[in-house]
Write a protein that binds this ligand. Sequence first.
Ligand SMILES: [Cu+2]
Length: 333
Amino acid sequence: MKRRDFIRFTSAGAATSLLNAAGLLSWTTRAHAATIAKTFYITEGFINQIDNTNVYFRGFSSSPNGLNVPGESLIVQEGDTIQTTIVNTLNTSHSFVIDGLVDSGVIRAGETRILEFIASSHGSFMYYDRINAPYNRLLGLHGGLAVMPQGSSNELYPGSPTFAQQYFWIFHDIDPVWHDEIRRGRAPNTEYVPRYFTLNGLSGRPPGAPGNGDPSLDSMHDPRSVLHGHIGDRALVRIMNAGLASHSVHPHGNHMEWLTENGEIRPDVWKKDCLYLDGNMGALDVIYPFEVLPDSWPPANIGEYPMHLHSEMSQTAAGGYYMFGAITEIKFE
Ligand SMILES: [Cu+2]
């Protein structure tokens, strides 16, 4: 019997164990399975938006006093045992679900539940709360899980095109009226009107705006979201949609290699400029290849390009603040 590793993601150590100095998700293969331990605290709070509205959220947070929306991204290897401890600090019932891998059932108010399950298949997954669906997920109870194929450090699935680095792009859209109704324990009875659009929990803060350049506020400077690399630093992007709005995802500079759609491997890998992302838990896996820009003359191999969504609404906040939506940057260094 081979030695079994036990890896604990603590609240303080989690970010550093997953993100290197540049903010990239790092990964090295292990010859044998490990047990991965992670504690999530279900917490609540208000997040101040650019128009000064305080919007209520709940999250799978890495500390009892924090509020992480989305929850911290996890990366494990196929065959690993994942031991998640869910501490429900709220006075409402919640759950922790990864379709195909684990379903906690109801975790009651104040309850702590330890779940142990095997990461039995590789791919990109959303963990989320399915109680009162989709409301608790919309309030922020969601996050990303990457399961690497066994023994592989550079493939999405065995035989897939290879990559050199990987990211999560978790999109979300927020109707503050719905959030407030759910906070009061009621089911929303108004039409869904998303007012804020986020990428990994943040929106763009264009030059001159409060928070511009602050990586904790500005999605255009958040190292979890900004793709950066040199020519050849092929970037796997695990795209998921926690919100209800569908999107057209458009990174400029290069086309994307389209590997999966809603968990299904594409029969052929196409290169696409824009990709449709379904609302309500749509998912895509793509590789942004960091190639010399195909249409530039003279050939460009450095520069900065946006990733935005091709519906104008998604690029706004509060019904009008343009460039305060779901956007980030791609940096050829
Ligand atoms: Cu575009």
